[in-house]
Design a protein around this ligand. Structure first.
Ligand code: ZN
Length: 439
């Protein structure tokens, strides 16, 4: 290890980029001392490590409570009981033409959803109003938190009803090859969601306004033109009303894309830095990362449905969990997703490895366009404002991090330090959370 560090010092760049990608391996300490020391004060560093530790402890406790809840559900036969109650509600309150598995499933799912949401309230409240509050990030009021939750529930009912009905009808009517039709339906639902998201869903939670003419607008438009990015609209979003938000992203169908920039990013960055951030984001598009991820998501979904088709008729699976007489399809899917959890851990590890590779590539893309200094200073600023962890254990990072740690990215960008002059001044200010989802 020591030899590698010395070599890296000589070459002034990370060795074997794939090694970083594979194990999230950190030349951390070495880079931390040499690259970050000039930019980040000890106070900010300590604060960011404390924030990272607090979040990690919180993650452990909320994960554990979820696990306990799940076990309690199994031991208390909560699912079969809720299923029978749904049947009683259906028989008593709905007329004959609505009877059947689909209606009972809808009642069951909404009941289950309400139950789990209520159980998760203390954890969610603690996260926003204790943990985030303590580090100065929370900008939400309790009122906003409650309305967000209610809107989310309503949206779940409005979108969930046709989707669940569609899924059950397909499984009931297409026999053994249902997984193929289910998969096609899944692709359709995703494309539909991408289309309606900007028009119907996003405005429920945030206000979008057009970006005002100026250096940033011209810069982004020129960048889009240069890359032949089909930019249709450029918005600013009021992320500052909640805080836990990304800094800039794009979405939309292949021929009509929207770019959204958070007001918090505009507030804290120089125009060229905002353009640099977008050159990284559009790098993801130009290198087909989004298309590749969409493709991977579709194969993942196909594999899940195909595997599910082997589970759905397994009587002993239902019986073990208290469903002796009936085998409702949706219950099968819930039980199946628990059985799938260990495989999901493997999928998560592989996806994070791929994601880190994509991040390095998008950074290199921005570098190729001549934005390496602006991108580096922007990454540093966001890191400081968000108190993101600056150094992490390699094993932890390999599994949990979708992005390479800052020092590795800066080294890959050829950052020598010393060019961000206005960072130290910000140390004393209250941090403003500009991004949760990283670049
Ligand atoms: Zn990225």
């Amino acid at each position: 290890m020591w030899i590698l560090e010395q070599l890296a010092r000589v070459l002034d760049r990370p060795l074997f980029p794939w090694k970083n990608v594979l194990v999230g391996f950190s030349l951390g300490q070495f880079l931390l001392e040499n690259v970050l020391a000039g930019e980040v004060s000890q106070k900010v560093y300590d604060q960011s490590q404390a924030y990272g530790r607090a979040k990690s402890k919180f993650g452990f406790i909320s994960g554990l409570s979820g696990q306990i809840q799940n076990l309690a559900f199994v031991y208390g036969d909560v699912l079969p009981k809720l299923w029978s109650v749904s049947g009683l509600v259906l028989a008593r309150y709905l007329p004959g033409q609505f009877q059947g598995e689909i209606s009972q499933t809808l009642i069951f799912i909404f009941g289950f959803n309400i139950l789990t949401t209520i159980l998760s309230l203390p954890i969610s409240y603690y996260n926003t109003f204790v943990l985030e509050e303590k580090f100065g990030f929370n900008k939400q009021t309790v009122g906003l938190w409650v309305t967000d939750m209610l809107k989310g529930q309503m949206l779940g009912i409005v979108l969930g009803t046709p989707i669940i009905t569609g899924i059950l009808k397909i499984v009931q009517s297409t026999g053994n090859s249902f997984f193929y039709y289910l998969w096609l339906f899944g692709v359709f639902v995703q494309v539909f969601a991408i289309t309606i998201y900007p028009i119907a869903i996003l405005p429920l939670f945030n206000k979008l306004s057009p970006l005002e003419p100026g250096e940033i607008k011209t810069g982004v438009e020129n960048l889009a033109k240069k890359l032949k990015f089909p930019l249709s609209e450029l918005h600013v979003i009021d992320g500052s009303k909640r805080s836990a938000h990304s800094n800039a992203y794009f979405y939309g169908l292949p021929w009509k894309k929207h770019i959204v920039i958070y007001d918090t990013l505009l507030e804290k960055s120089k125009p060229q830095e905002v353009v640099a951030v977008l050159s990284h984001e559009l790098g993801h598009w130009s290198l087909s990362h989004t298309t590749k991820l969409f493709g991977i998501a579709q194969s993942h979904m196909f594999y899940i449905f195909a595997l599910f088709s082997a589970f759905v008729n397994n009587k002993s699976l239902y019986q073990s969990f208290g469903f002796v007489k009936e085998q409702p399809i949706m219950i099968g899917f819930l039980l199946f997703s628990d059985a799938l959890a260990p495989m999901d851990a493997v999928v998560k590890l592989l996806m994070n490895i791929l994601s880190r590779k994509f991040e390095f590539e998008a950074d290199a893309f921005a570098q190729g366009l001549g934005y390496s200094n602006e991108l580096a200073s922007s990454l540093l600023k966001l890191q400081i404002q968000n108190l993101s962890t600056m150094d992490a254990d390699w094993m932890y990072a390999s599994y949990h991090y979708s992005h390479p740690i800052l020092t590795e990215r800066l080294a890959a960008l050829g950052w020598k330090g010393g060019k961000v002059t206005d960072l130290k001044a910000e140390d004393s200010e209250k941090p403003v959370k500009a991004a949760d989802r990283e670049l």
